[in-house]
Ligand binder design. Structure first.
Ligand SMILES: *Cc1c(COP(=O)(O)O)cnc(C)c1O
Length: 462
């Protein structure tokens, strides 16, 4: 089965490759150095071997892949990336990327506006959510060198790891039974006076839980702490929060405008290929921590080089071009990119309903975004672990067209108990099932996915 699409992708690729070749030849012909010459047939054979070897992958692009946080980029992003990559501008400095530095500024303005940030902010794209978060935590340390960084126990592991890199102390705050940071536990830590920055996650990577940002911001004000928000995965859900997420969830997305810093990954829900993160700071005066010898005012001038306000040096101008082009086609509105996110949330909601009525499966918790966790109806942790894994294996077997791909998620007996499950705790932890339903096509695929998983579960439980 091929993807049924309205775009003629090969035609778009021919268009951009042709246009860039023309651009290059407008500078006049030059002879390729003999050392760079290669044989057409040989290159073709190597590329054929490459595409054969790429068989060894899961079908991230297909709705039958309902496992980890992976999907293929949109063709517009691929074509824009390819076109720009042929010239290979480096968004480190304006001189090495006049066109794509401007595109990056445009893109940053749009994303900052989506979060409700003021017009003057400091921000830039990064190669990943990891580097973007590292940068935000580094600024946190520079501002309050003796203080600790607090994040929930379900925050991405990068925060604990980067605290190690930065030599800061991090404090893990327990979560409630909905996977959100416990405000009581957070306040206990804040009362010690040792917390400088609170990291809130809007959309945890495991469960898609949204930390109570509105209250976290109030607590931070009360105790003089800063707030960094990691929306690497969830940030673009801001587009649909008011009309398509639970009011409680929407309230926390609305509070993003008051965060001191925000990270979002266009390579998660922004239709981009990997190599696309972003970080934003509300207070432009933090620019002083980056400077080598430029005066502070340099950072608010229109001519700031991204290299002067980022930890990374070289960075692909192609990434900026790809997001820029994508946002022209899918603007940051509910009707634009939002229309690709609404069905992902519906997919999780609908599958959750089916699980509530199933005789052999049940939901682990109610999904807030597009991540669904679920488990077979068994009576002990040992069986839970075994059967969850077996469901994953059986679902992924058979012909390519029959396979569906799921992921697992490790839970502790206390976490199961907190959610009202009464299982014999005969193991330290157990795997349950997890599906990131991040493709809009998942909405129509949910009944088929559910039926297949349920059928396997029924046979295994019997
Ligand atoms: C994915 C993710 C990260 C890490 O980002 P990378 O782009 O994979 O480096 C950090 N935090 C959260 C919440 C994430 O989902």
């Amino acid at each position: 089965m091929t993807q049924i699409d309205n775009l003629n992708f090969p035609e778009l690729l021919t268009q951009v490759v042709g246009a860039i070749e023309n651009l290059k030849s407008s500078y006049g012909e030059f002879a390729t150095h003999p050392s760079m010459k290669s044989d057409q047939a040989k290159v073709s054979a190597v590329l054929e071997e490459l595409t054969d070897r790429l068989e060894n992958n899961f079908p991230y692009f297909h709705p039958s892949y309902a496992a980890q946080m992976l999907k293929a980029p949109h063709p517009v992003a691929v074509a824009a990336y390819l076109a720009t990559m042929m010239l290979n501008p480096n968004n480190h400095s304006i001189d090495s990327s006049p066109a794509t530095t401007q595109m990056e500024r445009d893109v940053l303005k749009q994303i900052a506006a989506m979060f409700g940030y003021p017009e003057e902010f400091l921000g830039h794209l990064t190669s990943s959510g990891t580097t973007a978060n590292l940068e935000a935590l580094w600024i946190a340390r520079e501002l309050q060198p003796t203080k600790k960084i607090a994040h929930s126990a379900d925050a991405h592991y990068t925060h604990a790891r980067m605290s190690e890199v930065l030599g800061t102390t991090n404090v893990s705050i327990a979560t409630e039974s909905d996977g959100r940071m416990s405000l009581d536990e957070l306040e206990k830590e804040l009362k010690t006076g040792e917390i400088g920055t609170i990291v809130a996650t809007l959309g945890t990577t495991g469960l898609g839980a949204v930390d109570p940002l509105a209250e976290i911001i109030e607590l931070a004000k009360k105790y003089g702490a800063r707030v960094h928000v990691d929306t690497a995965y969830g940030g673009f859900f801001k587009l649909i929060a008011d009309n398509h997420l639970a009011p409680e969830t929407a309230r926390h997305f609305a509070a993003l405008k008051d965060a001191d810093s925000i990270v979002v990954d266009p390579h998660k829900h922004g239709l981009q290929p990997y190599g696309s993160g972003a970080v934003f700071f509300r207070d432009i005066s933090i620019g002083k921590f980056y400077k080598h010898d430029s005066p502070y005012t340099y950072f608010i001038s229109d001519d700031v080089h991204f290299g002067e306000i980022q930890l990374e040096c070289s960075r692909a101008g192609a990434s900026a071009a790809a997001i820029w082009a994508t946002l022209k086609v899918f603007p940051l509105t509910e009707q634009g990119l939002g229309s690709a996110l609404i069905p992902t949330v519906n997919a999780a909601k609908n599958w959750h309903k089916l699980l509530l009525d199933s005789d052999s499966l049940m939901p682990y918790q109610k999904p807030e975004l597009d991540i669904l966790t679920y488990l077979p109806r068994v009576d002990s942790l040992t069986k839970l672990d075994e059967i969850s894994h077996e469901i994953l294996v059986q679902a992924g077997s058979g012909s390519k067209a029959q396979q569906i791909h799921l992921a697992t998620y490790i839970v502790k007996p206390e976490a199961l108990q907190a959610r009202g499950f009464k299982l014999n705790a005969d193991a330290k932890n157990a795997r349950i099932l997890r599906s990131v339903l991040m493709k809009p096509e998942h909405e129509t695929w949910v009944p088929a996915l559910h039926n297949k998983v349920q059928e396997i579960a029924r046979k295994l439980i019997r």
